[in-house]
Design a protein around this ligand. Sequence first.
Ligand code: PEP
Length: 253
Amino acid sequence: MRTPFVVGNWKLHKTINEALALVTDLKNHLASVKGVQVGVAPSFVAIPAVAKRLEDSAIAACAQDCFWEISGAFTGEVSGAMLADAGATWAIVGHSERRQFFGDTNENVGKKAKAAIAAGLGAIVCIGESLAERDGGKTLEIVDAQLAGGLAGIERASIDRLVIAYEPVWAIGTGRTATPAQAQEVHAHIRKRLGERYGADPADTIRIQYGGSVKPSNAEALIAERDIDGALVGGASLEAADFIAIVKAARSG
Ligand code: PEP
């Protein structure tokens, strides 16, 4: 039985004070919600304040990225150890916006995931095809390549800290969501690949989140699918009421 994991990706939104207001609201409303794991990913600069506010809560502070080197002349980057020191317990890597705007490659995503795990964090490895790739019948091929790169440095011993987020790029921030059946088809394929790499039983324990315009109105149907174990939520995670409704829709049991 996999505990669903719902993470809010706040992207380039929320000052520290705004982040604290939102997370305080979430903490108050989600304290008694069981059967689901919750995380929020503020900007790097808000992580320490958010993590401190969440100290007495089960909500995890997450990072939106993680550089692969530990230290050195890499202006603008943040290492896994620095993220852990700031209070993060998970790092999202390979988000499609990082791939699209900041040049993340499958190989780099693998290095980032490995570095996050080496620093003691969990890694949420994002994969997903563009609309042209889907229309060209290449969805599974793209997902396979991204998965192979993203998992290159992750051994079986660490899979309890591995989460995959399947996020079709055409559904991110567009209001267009994959149908539960479309998402389930890819999630089942991902689990099959995880089984080939780590063994069927271990692969059965790995959470695979869906991401792409998840809202209170579609969350329950998506997460009810057999291989969909929660959500990575962008836009709808910026409003407490919407995110709380999504978390509640994801509860298992
Ligand atoms: C995301 O950024 O990971 C995402 C899924 O965004 P949205 O929910 O806004 O589509």
